[in-house]
Structure formats: C-alpha cells, structure tokens
Design a binder for this molecule. Structure first.
Ligand code: ATP
Ligand code: MG
Length: 572
C-alpha cells in the first residue's frame, strides 16, 4: 500500500474526550472515528488491525474444531422471553419494534439464537460435540460508554457456543476453548493472565476470564508471585481473621457533629481505621440488611450478593430507608441496638474496643465490644482481599493489579437448553438436555488493549502480529531525487513479492513529518532510503520498539526485514 492511496487520518492534537492512552492514540493515528457515544467507524488503517486480530481468532477457533456461522444482529423478542431474559436483561438491551409492532432486540450476545438453531438441527448424539462460533457486531447500551472502543456500545465480539451430551464432554469442550484462548492471546503479542471469574447467578460451574494487565483496566486482578493463584478480585477469598482479644474498654457515646467518613471519625477520636467499623445498608428481600466492615476494608459486591436475603445485584439502601430502619443518617449508623438483620465481615467481627455509629445523628460509640454491647454477630467473608493478604492457595502473598477483560470462557450447564428445550437422543435413544458452554472474545477491545500495553511518547508500538503493516518504507525527499524514487519503487515491489506487508510513504513531505507520523501509527519495522546511504549502496533499518539504526546493504534489505518479522503461526 502507498500512503498516497491510503486515507491516513492522523491528527496532531489529542482529542479532548480521551481519558486513556489507547483512546487518544487510536484517534490520533486515524484508526477509528467516533460517530456518537459508544459508536465508532473503523478507518482503513484500524480495520487492517481488526482483520489481523480476527484472522488469528478464526485460525485458532478452526484449529480447535469449532465451526464458523453468522447470526443476525437483530433478534426476535420471543426467544428472549423463552429464556426469561427479556424481562431480566435490563436497560443494556436495546429493544426495538418493527412495522408490524413486533418486538426485537439488537443482540448483546447470542445464547438464545444459537440454542434455537441447535434444538432444530441437532437430533442425535452422533452430531455432538458441537462448537459454533461467529465474529459479529454486538450492541450493549452501556451505562457509561467510554475509553473509545474499549467500552463501546457497538463492538465486535467473537462468541462461541459448545453443546455436549454430558458434563464430562462439556468440560472437555471448555478445556479446548481455554487452550485456544491461550494461543490466541499469545499470538496477538499481549501480556495476559487467566483468572478465575464469577460464574454468577446463572449456575454455571466454571468460568475464567482472560485479562490484559494495564493501569487503565476496569477490573482488579489478585494473584500471587508463584503464579499458582489468579482470580478476579470479585471472587478472591479474604484470609481468615486474627482471633479477637478480650475487651479492655467500656462503651461510651461521643459527640461527633460534622463527622461522616471513616477517616474523619478516626482522626476525631484518635482510633485507627481498622478499629472504626462502618455499617452499610443494602437492599434485601424483606427490607434493608446491615453489613459491617472494618473502616480500612472495602465491601465486595459479589460476596455480598451471595448472602441470603440480600438482593442481587447489590444496591445501597436509600438514605431515607436507612433513617427509617436505624433512626439516623448513613454516616451515623452502627450495629448496637439495631433492629434489622446484621451480617458482619469476619475481620470486623474480630475487632474489639471498636468505634461505630450510634444510630443517632452526630454521635458515635467508642469502646464497643461484640457479645457484650451488640449481639455476637452472624459473620461472612464480605471484604475485598487486599495487597499482602496471604494467597488463598497458601503460597505467598497477594498482589493486585488492574486488568482489561479481553476474553471469557464459561461452562453454562443447562440454563438455556433447559428453558428452551434443546434436547438430543443419546445412545440408548433417551432424550437428554444439552450441556452448554459459551466463550467470548472482545475482538475490537483487543486492539485498544494492545495499545495500552505497547506504546511510547511518540505513539503506538504494534506487536508484529496485529500491526496494520509490517514494514514502513520511507524514501527521503523522493520528490527531489529520481534515484531515491526509483530505488524505493523497486524495493517496494521486492518486499511485496516476498509476501511482506509494506507501506510505502510516497508523499512529497518533509522527512521529519514522515518519521513522526510513522512513529504515531506504530508500524513495527522501518526502512529509510536516502541519497547519502544510497551512495554507499545501503539503507537504514530500525525497529519501532526502541532499536538502534542498522545500516544494511540495499540488496540484503528484504532478507534483513524478513528475518526480523515475528510471525507466530500458532503451530507447535
Ligand atoms: P465487561 O465486564 O467488560 O462489561 P462482560 O463480562 O460484560 O464485559 P462478556 O459478556 O463476557 O463481557 O463478553 C465477552 C467479551 O466481550 C468480554 O470479555 C470483552 O472483551 C468484550 N466486551 C464486552 N463488553 C464490551 C464493550 N462494551 N465494548 C467492547 N468490548 C466488550
Ligand atoms: Mg465477562
């Protein structure tokens, strides 16, 4: 490709709405353009990256024995009513009505459609195992679309669905996908972790996420140094608490006007945050439920959502509901004399001589002890694990890093096959409900995640495997030198003939502008052809990723580049 024929839509200025580096660079390098909130056009350069990612995904899915299909983006409401999700999916589901007043949605995912296909087409165990996948546009009306294509409303997903006769088969299908995902992310050149994930309320037995580690990630990942434990923080158990010592103080009420937060309470009373307990009211099936944690610990919403009587997803009770239940505002409530169900985090239950709200505005209690001043509490693991906690598998300590979820594998069980009657005859002619798995990859999100992980102050540094071009061929002042122009044309043809994806910058622009633009778009290998080197019969080669410039004889240029391309085929 020649730059003169390419819509190279680079920009000098950072877009004002971009909070993270990948968003900024995707706009500046001319990969994508925003149409409306969460809706993006992929420009030619960006689309080349997207296609490369798709090719890797397709290659590994096919290798794993999955078959590609393509389902409609628009789906009839009836299927979603059968599965029960029409009512449960909430506002992320974009619903629409056709001219005959029939309800539809724009698919955020395709379990219903694929289950419908399979229940019609699959009759016998001989057709199993079956894994069908597609690479297709999804729509989710996200509350906060942001970070460009990272959290868009319309995005490209690879979604696969496996069908097996029994649990053991389903587990094998799951393992095969898990392996395929490892290969896919390794081939894209990403630094990733496989982490245990919440299998949620839908009763799936096993679920793991694939995360790219990056500061801008929206998930917290907990893992140990030994590499034997990695999980989404949502599910990381906190260690057992230390034992509770004997009470030393007597309970007393202290006046605390204008004191709301734990750090204010701690400062005012001179008690460290770990001995200041906080009480959070969440919505329950029968009125609010009070959850008590140490002031220095954070509530884990997934753990809380699993408590009996607590509504999932967890929602804080309104200030009015808190006042009605406890007689005070949210900043002054506590477990002493409280008339609602109380569940206490195990670490908070191990506290003694603690401070808590007095259930009276502008007042706290100090020197409080469980069993004496408040009933011995019901306890649960409610807090987030924190940096330095012992690893749940007993090996070393936990570190916490931010991660971007790029993939998710999920053993679903029979949630959809049961509600939608996807059955199949086994060897003895008995009808069996199918075991399903679903497996998603955020194809468009991978492009952004790769940039988060690989960039410098000058722009993107693409991994070879997903770069829009492998080599940038940059003739210096070719418009003034026939010799440079002829040599660069010849080299361009030679590179193409060798099967190398090359971008020739044939514009009459200043070399400095050309170099900085090529740095911005991040092509991993660069050849610079200028008068002076040509006199020596040579050309300059440099890697985008911080390499030294090498002087290479012109006739060796193609071989030199070819030997440096990282073309992981995924074989072996
Ligand atoms: P998230 O927790 O980031 O909202 P999710 O768990 O809802 O994602 P899945 O239903 O597991 O997502 O979808 C499979 C994959 O699709 C995710 O692993 C992610 O890579 C990608 N994905 C999900 N939502 C978006 C989005 N709004 N924009 C871009 N990619 C997305
Ligand atoms: Mg997910």
């Amino acid at each position: 490709m020649r730059t003169s024929r390419l819509l190279l839509a680079t920009e000098r200025e950072d877009p004002s709405d971009a909070e993270i580096v990948s968003h900024r660079l995707m706009i500046r390098a001319g990969l994508v353009r925003r149409l409306a909130a969460g809706l993006y056009t992929w420009l030619p350069l960006g689309l080349r990256v997207l296609r490369k990612i798709e090719d890797i995904v397709r290659d590994e899915m096919d290798r794993a024995g999955a078959q590609e299909v393509l389902m409609p983006a628009v789906q009839p409401a009836e299927l979603w009513m059968e599965s029960g999700r029409w009512d449960h999916f909430g506002p992320e589901l974009l619903r629409l009505r056709d001219r005959h007043e029939r309800d539809f949605c724009v698919g955020p995912t395709h379990e219903e459609v694929i289950t419908d296909i399979v229940r019609r087409e699959v009759r016998s165990y001989r057709q199993l195992p079956l894994n069908l996948y597609q690479i297709q546009t999804k729509f989710r009306d996200e509350v906060r679309p942001r970070f460009g294509v990272m959290r868009a409303r319309e995005f490209i997903m690879k979604d696969a669905y496996s069908f097996d006769l029994d649990e053991a088969g389903s587990r094998r299908s799951y393992e095969a996908m898990r392996d395929a995902y490892r290969r896919i992310f390794a081939r894209t050149g990403l630094d990733f972790r496989v982490v245990e994930a919440d299998s949620g309320a839908i009763g799936g037995s096993r679920s793991e996420e694939f995360h790219v580690l990056a500061e801008s990630g929206e998930d917290d990942i907990a893992f140990n140094d030994a590499g034997t434990y990695a999980a989404n923080l949502e599910l990381t158990p906190a260690p057992p608490p230390p034992s509770r010592g004997p009470a030393a103080e007597t309970m007393r009420e202290v006046s605390t006007p204008d004191v709301r937060t734990i750090s204010e309470v701690s400062r005012r009373l001179g008690v460290p945050p770990e001995r200041c307990l906080k009480t959070l009211f969440v919505e329950g099936d029968a009125g609010p439920v009070a959850l008590v944690l140490r002031g220095d610990h954070d509530l884990n919403l997934v753990k809380a959502s699993r408590l009996d009587g607590v509504r999932a997803p967890v929602a804080l009770a309104s200030p009015d509901a808190v006042r009605e239940a406890a007689g005070a505002g949210p900043g002054a409530v506590g477990p002493v004399g409280l008339g609602v169900p109380v569940v206490v985090d195990r670490w908070a239950a191990a506290a003694r001589d603690f401070v808590c709200g007095a259930n009276r505005d502008d007042a706290h209690l100090a020197g409080v002890n469980w069993g004496r001043d408040a009933p011995e509490p019901a306890t649960a693991d409610l807090r987030n694990a924190i940096e330095g906690d012992p690893s749940p598998d007993g090996r070393g300590a936990i570190s916490i890093r931010r991660g971007i979820e790029v993939g998710h594998v999920f053993q679903l069980g029979r949630k959809y096959s049961e509600s939608m009657h996807a059955v199949c005859l086994d060897e003895s002619g008995r009808a069996r409900t199918l075991e399903m798995g679903c497996y998603g990859i955020g194809v468009s999100r991978i492009a952004a995640a790769a940039i988060e992980q690989s960039h410098d102050e000058n722009g993107i540094v693409w991994p070879d495997a997903i770069a829009p071009f492998e080599v940038a061929l940059l003739p210096v002042n070719a418009h003034r030198s026939g010799r440079v122009r002829d040599r660069s044309e010849a080299l361009y043809e030679a590179l193409r003939a060798a099967g190398i994806e090359v971008l020739l910058d044939d514009r009459a622009i200043r070399p400095g502008v050309m170099f900085s633009e090529m740095d911005l778009i991040g092509i991993p290998h660069r050849l610079v052809l200028g008068e002076r080197r040509l006199d020596e019969g040579a050309i300059e080669y440099r890697r985008r990723r911080g390499g030294e410039t090498e002087i290479v004889p012109l006739e060796e240029a193609v071989a030199h580049v070819a030997a440096r391309l990282d073309r992981r085929s995924g074989e072996g």
